[in-house]
Design a protein around this ligand. Structure first.
Ligand SMILES: C=CC1=C(C)c2cc3[nH]c(cc4nc(cc5[nH]c(cc1n2)c(C)c5CCC(=O)O)C(CCC(=O)O)=C4C)c(C)c3C=C
Ligand SMILES: [Fe+2]
Ligand SMILES: [Fe+2]
Length: 383
C-alpha cells in the first residue's frame, strides 16, 4: 500500500472509530501487556520499586520491607544506564505506536469487531493497570483482549501481568468486561519474518565474501534456574523462536542462543551473552550479529548492555559486531500484531475458547495459587 493510501485509510479509520464511539458503539479493546520502563530518568526509582515488589517475578522474604531497600540501593546504577541511553526507556513510545498501528489494521482485517482500540497496561511503569482500566471504563469497553507483548511465555513476565489484571479485576471493574487472552506468539510467521528481515539488514553490513561466516548470536533475558526448574516454558519457547528464524533464513549462518541480564547472586540460565562473545573471539571468530529475540522494542538491555557494553568489549578483542535492530516501528511487525489479533478473534468466534490450550497448564512445580485462580478466571470469561 502506498504511503498516501495508508494515511488516507488511517484517517478514514480514525474517523470510523470516532463516529462509532460518538454513536455509542464501544470499542473492542486490545490491551497491550508488558513490563514497561521509566520514560524519564526520574521515574527509575518507582519502576524498580514496583518491580522488586512483584512477588510473581522476585519472591522475597518480607517483600514489603526488603523491596524498597533493594530498589533504593539499585536506583543510582540503573539511573545512570537510562541516562546513557538517552534519558529514559522508549518502550511506552513504541508500544503506543505498535498498538495504534495494529488497531487501524484490525479495523480492516476484522471489521465485525470494529472499532478496535489499543490500550497499554504496564506492570511496573505508567500507565499501570488501574489507569488503563479507568480509560477503558470511560470508553464503555465491554469486550477486551489481553494481548501480551512478550512473544514467549514466562510466569515471571506474561504470567505476572495476567496475575495483576486478575488481582485488580474487582477494584477496577475490569471484571465487568468479557476477556480473552493472547498469551504467546513466539513462532508466528509475521513475528519471525520481522526478526529475519532485521537480521538480514545487519548481515548486509559485512562484506559479501565473508558474510556466511558471521555468527548469529541470539540473546534473550535470562531466567533464574529456580524458575526454569519449576517447569517455566520460556526457555523452550525462546528456542522455538530461534529455530523458526533460522529456518526462515535457510540456515544461512552458524548460530547460538545465549542469555543476558542476570541479576543477583543466584544461579541463572547460561551461557551468558558477554561470556559467549569472549569465547567466540577466543575461537577466532571475527564477525557477529547480535539478535535480541525476546523483546519487542529497545530497552537498556539492547541499548546499554548489547550496544555499549558487549559490543565494545568484543571489538577490543578483534570481533566486528553489528546488532539486528529491535522491532520498534517495523511495519512488518505491526502487521504481524494485527494478524495475530485477527486470528485470535476468528478462533474466539469459532468457539475455541478465550484462552489457549497451553495457557491452561500451570508449571508442574508452580506453588503460586494466584496463577491457578487467574487461569480459571480468564478461561471462564464471558461464559
Ligand atoms: C522476556 C524478557 C524478560 C524476562 C524473562 C525477565 C525475567 C526476569 N527479570 C528479573 C529481574 C529484573 N529485570 C529487570 C529489567 C528488565 N527485565 C526485562 C525483561 C525480562 N525480564 C527488561 C526488558 C528489563 C529492562 C527494562 C528496560 O527498560 O530496559 C530488572 C531491573 C533492572 C536491574 O535492576 O538490573 C530486574 C531486577 C527477574 C528476577 C526475572 C525472572 C524471574
Ligand atoms: Fe506460575
Ligand atoms: Fe528482567
Amino acid at each position: 500500500m502506498s504511503l498516501l493510501r495508508t494515511s488516507v485509510v488511517s484517517r478514514a479509520l480514525s474517523r470510523s472509530y470516532a463516529t462509532a464511539h460518538a454513536a455509542g458503539k464501544s470499542p473492542t479493546a486490545v490491551v497491550m501487556l508488558n513490563m514497561g520502563g521509566p520514560s524519564t530518568v526520574a521515574e527509575t526509582h518507582d519502576f524498580l520499586l514496583n518491580l522488586f515488589m512483584d512477588g510473581d517475578l522476585i519472591p522475597l522474604p518480607f517483600q514489603r520491607f526488603l523491596a524498597p531497600v533493594i530498589a533504593r540501593r539499585r536506583t543510582p546504577q540503573i539511573e545512570k544506564q537510562y541516562t546513557d541511553i538517552g534519558g529514559g526507556s522508549p518502550i511506552l513510545h513504541y508500544t503506543q505506536l505498535q498498538g495504534d498501528g495494529m488497531a487501524k489494521l484490525l479495523d480492516e482485517l476484522h471489521p465485525e469487531t470494529a472499532p478496535h482500540k489499543a490500550y497499554v497496561a504496564f506492570r511496573y511503569a505508567r500507565p499501570l493497570t488501574e489507569v488503563t482500566a479507568r480509560q477503558m471504563k470511560e470508553d464503555g469497553v465491554k469486550r477486551a483482549i489481553a494481548f501480551t507483548q512478550y512473544p514467549q511465555y514466562s510466569c515471571s513476565t506474561t504470567g505476572s501481568s495476567l496475575n495483576e489484571l486478575f488481582r485488580k479485576r474487582k477494584s477496577t471493574e475490569l471484571d465487568t468486561i468479557e476477556w480473552s487472552v493472547i498469551d504467546r506468539w513466539g513462532t508466528h510467521p509475521g513475528f519471525i519474518e520481522a526478526v529475519a528481515q532485521n537480521i538480514e539488514a545487519a548481515l548486509a553490513k559485512f562484506p559479501a565474501e565473508t558474510r556466511s561466516e558471521t555468527v548469529l548470536l541470539f540473546s534473550a533475558h535470562s531466567l533464574p534456574m529456580s524458575v526454569v526448574n519449576r517447569g517455566d516454558p520460556y526457555i523452550l519457547e525462546v528456542s522455538a523462536s530461534v529455530n523458526a528464524v533460522m529456518q526462515r533464513l535457510g540456515n544461512s549462518n552458524p548460530f547460538r542462543l545465549v542469555w543476558q541480564s542476570q541479576v543477583g547472586p543466584s544461579a541463572w540460565m547460561g551461557m551468558q551473552t558477554g561470556e559467549a562473545l569472549k569465547g567466540l573471539a577466543r575461537l577466532g571468530k571475527k564477525q557477529v550479529v547480535l539478535v535480541p529475540i525476546a523483546f519487542t522494542s529497545d530497552h537498556i538491555e539492547t541499548l546499554y548492555e548489547l550496544d555499549l557494553e558487549y559490543t565494545k568489549e568484543a571489538e577490543e578483542l578483534g570481533v566486528e559486531v553489528h546488532r539486528a535492530a529491535s522491532l520498534n516501528d517495523s511495519p512488518v511487525f505491526i502487521r504481524a500484531l494485527a494478524d495475530i489479533a485477527t486470528e485470535h478473534l476468528r478462533d474466539c468466534k469459532a468457539g475455541k475458547g478465550p484462552t489457549s490450550i497451553q495457557m491452561s497448564l500451570r508449571c508442574p512445580g508452580c506453588t503460586n495459587a494466584t496463577c491457578g485462580q487467574q487461569k480459571a478466571w480468564f478461561a471462564g470469561s464471558g461464559r
